[in-house]
Design a protein around this ligand. Structure first.
Ligand code: ADP
Ligand code: MG
Ligand code: MG
Length: 964
């Protein structure tokens, strides 16, 4: 076996790795290698692979054999290229030791700068550079970073001691007024010397040993720290929140230091090749003069904009602009860059694909197609579900002009757009605990740090007193599309008293504030929020997506209002209209259904149902109108009847009075409805088997509505859906009754309307016997909420108690996702796939869709595409998500690489053909028919005579699929 390579070198325009090796070298290492290769100015260095991190943890925190040798060989190489040696007393090599995982985890892990400085080499650096202040400044930073990050000393101790010196000695020397601030750069050599002494004694006091004077010991200490940070709580939490599973570990990058703290022609910065908030093609970023490394990211000082940088140092700025151009052309995507200028010369320290706001994601993708950098497929594939969700985040309702004026408090830096409103919380823990109780919160901090991610995630919005647009808070919030305002310097926060002041206004923990992330404005109190305007690029990109996708997107809507909304969001029909929701709409309706339920004779029941009929008819008319010619799938009554009746004595008394029966009768009837397992009880089509008159009323309402709407010249396509079916004969009985009723109405109204009768597939038995069921039902709609419950034997209502344990990677990692949110492709998916194949084997024209929550989940939608569904149906606000996911699925299926993933997605299903749809379509329908005749079902049924119906069908089915 070839020896595993643990270390990859880069320098002198050559690199052993490249940009494709993120998995092994981490994002940072791969980026540094790639930038080196394409000739950008990158300081030399080497990367220890993520595999070493993996092995380190697998072997009880021991490094693999051979690593030390490889590191020292690479170190020699670095010394050769740079002409400096680590620890050399007259001209020492200094390095940074930087973490870098395959996926970006902003600020999650640690980096140590200026490594290699010792009491002796610091003097060498001073002499060599002719700048002793600079050398001492680098040394004090190093001791602090090494002490806190590598050795775990509380950083606060170092900060305090720095502040003490600044406030006492420096302030006195400069004779500053109380209102004037002492800056880091005001501290002189003597004071830095005193500080270093102080820092070393802090180190010794806490570690029990002197600060290490051997650079190699320092190097391994720092490397240990980087690997250690991989399993630090904040990093683990971040991976959990971001659902980053299966990442091997972090790499360690050892990079020659370049210095941004060498005076006014030096500095350090962070920038994006386009505006990450709007997506506009403008250069965007922050720059700090005479500063090093993390000063920008940590948001300790408020930096200047790139436009000011250009004025201050046009030559350095020009170098940066060239790099911007090179990198965008090279990567064909917006990049997030970290750089340092050392005495006028630019060095690139990092590049990665930039996180962007949802609006920017659309704009950049569309613009880049226009610029011919990428094609439409790539543009579509780059949009994430969260980008779409983010676009629909609320904005402040600007019509509240008086309130806006009266409640305006302060303005900060507009870091991430959108608006948020909630109760002020000063700690991440508080934010999390309030959010758990479904309270909306705003996290208010001086600055955020990686420890705060949990609370940041839980909050509606984030407000910080310090930091620029690239501070930790801004970067993390942007990734989530979460409203964020930073650098709000007028904010004075008192964590102990749990209050912040702006001038003489005090805002306490628990008080409401409203943030406008698009302007940076903060308001006191609760302002009304509205849905934002979608950017033009959204429409453009979604039209490309619609052209790319192969399946239809419908919506789950129960009211004309929802139906209209969904149409606006791009729905092409209703995949699930739940009729029972209408019953709760008014007192009159609920009384009518209750009377129907407590009725003990069929006449009484029919009388009550007759009262419901006009209501249902009216609702369906509204829905048919809203869908204007698209198909509307209406599900007949589904929940168990006990859900409609009052369970308290008071309510029962009232019902008795209204219905003109005795209280005892009502009470007794309600008690009879009690079921031990209502989910598995008397519900769905079982109700219609017992009480066919309910079905008759509902079908009458549907068809009457259809006739009324059709008379107005609007096309209607009713699809009557029978829920919870377990057997073909069961369905056949109900289908016969449905058709008899429907045809009766059509005859009475002298109308000709094509309608379909189909079923939900939501019990495992229905899926298993799908071929038989499809001889009766003209369409299948997978009700994956129930199908998941019944396949797994997990009640969705009770799952909260234990399902989190199954999903938690730390605890068990049994499931990667909550199966009620993202379809269990291995199990439930297998049933679905089989049911589709079986169903189409007896009815090639069978129309298939999904109407569970999963229809709005991106991964599940992609699965539905792969198994050959005709449509997915999602709740109105998820419709755009489904449109995009369906387009991405089509693109993946077209691409050669995607074939593999299709195969692996279906691997568990042990089927050979991803092209379910095509295979079926190729078969002549007749060929399949004999199989039907063989089925025992056919024998059981007089329904067999009905077959001509199925034969007629193709015409209808074609109409549906050709309709845009
Ligand atoms: P992060 O992953 O948190 O961005 P980095 O490893 O990129 O951490 O380091 C943070 C900052 O430290 C960089 O943006 C850069 O300014 C500074 N830095 C890192 N390595 C060097 C180096 N070799 N020379 C100068 N500055 C460096
Ligand atoms: Mg960085
Ligand atoms: Mg159901």
């Amino acid at each position: 076996m070839a020896k595993t390579k643990f270390v990859y070198f880069f320098g002198n325009r050559a690199a052993e790795g490249d940009g494709t090796m993120k998995e092994l070298l981490g994002g940072k290492g791969a980026g540094l290698a790639e930038m080196t290769k394409i000739g950008l100015p990158v300081p030399s260095g080497f990367t220890i692979t993520t595999e070493v991190c993996d092995l380190y943890y697998k072997n009880g925190k021991k490094y693999p054999d051979g690593l030390k040798d490889e590191v020292s060989k690479n170190l020699k190489q670095l010394e050769k290229i740079t002409g400096k040696q680590l620890g050399n007393p007259s001209d020492p090599l200094l390095v940074s030791v930087r973490s870098g995982a395959p996926v970006s985890m902003p600020g999650m892990m640690e980096t140590i700068l200026n490594l290699g400085l010792t009491d002796i080499s610091v003097e060498g650096l001073a002499k060599k550079t002719g700048n002793r202040r600079f050398a001492l400044d680098a040394y004090r930073r190093f001791i602090m970073m090494y002490g806190s990050i590598a050795m775990g000393i509380d950083r606060e101790l170092f900060d305090r001691s720095f502040k003490d010196i600044k406030e006492s000695i420096t302030r006195r020397r400069l004779d500053l007024k109380a209102s004037q601030k002492v800056g880091d750069t005001d501290v002189n050599e003597a004071e830095l010397e005193a500080l270093i002494k102080e820092f070393k004694s802090i180190y010794k006091k806490h570690i029990g040993k002197d600060f290490p004077q051997d650079p190699v010991e320092q190097l391994w200490g720092a490397t240990n720290a980087v690997f250690g940070s991989w399993m630090a709580e904040k990093a683990v939490t971040y991976r959990k929140v971001e659902k980053l599973f299966g990442v091997k570990g972090t790499a360690v990058n050892i990079v020659q230091m370049v210095f941004g703290n060498k005076g006014d022609t030096s500095g350090t910065g962070v920038c994006f090749t386009r505006d990450p908030n709007t997506g506009e093609n403008v250069f965007y970023g922050d720059y700090l003069v005479n500063a090093q490394g993390e000063d920008v990211v940590a948001g300790i000082r408020t930096p200047i904009k790139l436009s000011e940088f250009q004025k201050k140092d046009p030559k350095a700025y020009k170098q940066l602009c060239d790099v911007r151009k090179t990198l965008e052309t090279h990567y064909k995507d917006m990049q997030d860059l970290e750089f340092t200028v050392e005495q006028g010369k630019l060095y690139m320290l990092q590049c990665r694909t930039g996180k962007r706001s949802p609006a920017a994601a659309f704009r950049i993708a569309v613009d880049m197609v226009g610029e011919k950098l990428i094609n439409k497929d790539t543009a579509i594939s780059r949009i994430r579900t969260s980008d779409i969700e983010g676009l629909f985040y609320p904005a402040i309702d600007k019509s509240q002009t008086t309130e806006l004026r009266n409640t305006f408090l302060v303005q900060g830096i507009d870091a991430v757009p959108g608006a948020a409103c909630g109760k002020v919380c000063f700690s991440a823990a508080m934010a999390e605990s309030l959010a758990e109780r479904n309270e909306r919160v705003i996290l208010v901090r001086k600055e955020t740090s990686p420890e705060d991610v949990g609370g940041m995630h839980a909050a509606q919005g984030i407000l910080t007193a310090t930091g620029g647009k690239t501070s930790h808070a801004a970067v993390v919030a942007r990734g989530w599309g979460k409203c964020c305002i930073v650098g709000c310097e007028k904010l004075s926060i008192d964590y102990d008293a749990k209050v912040f002041h702006v001038g003489n206004v005090a805002v306490k923990e628990g008080d409401f504030i409203t943030l406008d992330g698009s302007t940076g404005n903060v308001y006191v109190g609760e302002l009304k929020l509205v849905a934002p305007k979608l950017p033009a690029s959204y429409e453009t990109l979604m039209s490309w997506a619609d052209a790319a996708r192969q399946i239809k997107i419908r919506t789950n809507a129960d009211t004309p209002y929802d139906a209209e909304n969904a149409r606006k969001l791009g729905a092409e029909g209703i995949g699930l209209c739940r009729t029972e929701h209408m019953f709760f709409d008014s007192e009159e309706r609920i009384l009518a259904i209750r009377q129907m339920i407590i009725a003990d004779t069929i006449e009484a029941r029919k009388k009550a149902l007759a009262k419901l009929l006009p209501f249902q008819t009216k609702d369906f008319e509204g829905i048919f109108k809203a869908m204007d010619g698209y198909g509307v799938t209406i599900r007949l009554i589904d929940p168990p009847l006990h859900e409609f009746v009052p369970h308290d004595a008071e309510g029962q008394e009232a019902l008795a009075k209204a219905a003109g029966v005795s209280f005892e009768t009502v009470k007794e009837r309600v008690e009879k409805l009690h079921e031990a397992n209502p989910m598995l009880g008397h519900r769905g089509c079982r109700l219609a088997i017992t009480y066919p008159e309910i079905l008759e009323m509902q079908v009458s309402a549907i068809m009457t509505a259809a006739c009324n709407v059709a008379k107005k010249g609007i096309k209607v396509q009713p699809e009557i859906m029978i829920p919870l079916v377990i057997d073909a004969k069961e369905l056949s009985i109900l289908e016969t009754l449905t058709r008899k009723t429907a045809d009766g109405i059509l005859a009475k109204e002298k109308a000709k309307i094509e309608y379909k009768v189909g079923t939900m597939i939501e019990t495992p038995r229905a899926a298993l016997l799908a071929d038989e069921i499809a001889t009766v039902g003209e369409f299948f709609s997978f009700g994956t909420n129930d199908l998941t419950q019944m396949t797994m034997g997990i009640s969705r209502d009770d799952a909260g108690k234990f399902l989190p344990d199954y999903v938690s990677e730390q605890k068990t990692g049994i499931f990667r996702n909550d199966p009620f949110q993202s379809l269990d492709q291995a199990g439930v998916g297998l049933l679905i796939q089989m049911a589709i194949e079986k169903g189409r084997s007896t009815r090639p024209t069978l129309k298939v869709g999904i109407c569970g929550e999963h229809g709005g989940d991106s991964q599940s939608v992609k699965f539905c595409c792969k198994v050959g569904m005709d449509y997915v149906s999602a709740s109105p606000f998820r419709v755009p998500v489904s449109r995009l996911a369906a387009a991405q699925a089509a693109i993946e299926q077209r691409a050669p690489v995607a074939k593999k993933s299709v195969a692996s997605a279906l691997k568990t299903a042990s089927v050979k053909k991803p092209a379910v749809k095509k295979a079926v379509a190729d078969k002549p329908a007749v060929a399949k028919k004999p199989a039907v005749a063989k089925k025992p079902v056919a024998a059981k049924k007089p329904v067999a005579a009905k077959k001509p119906v199925a034969a007629k069908k193709p015409a209808v089915a074609k109409k549906v699929t050709t309709k845009k």
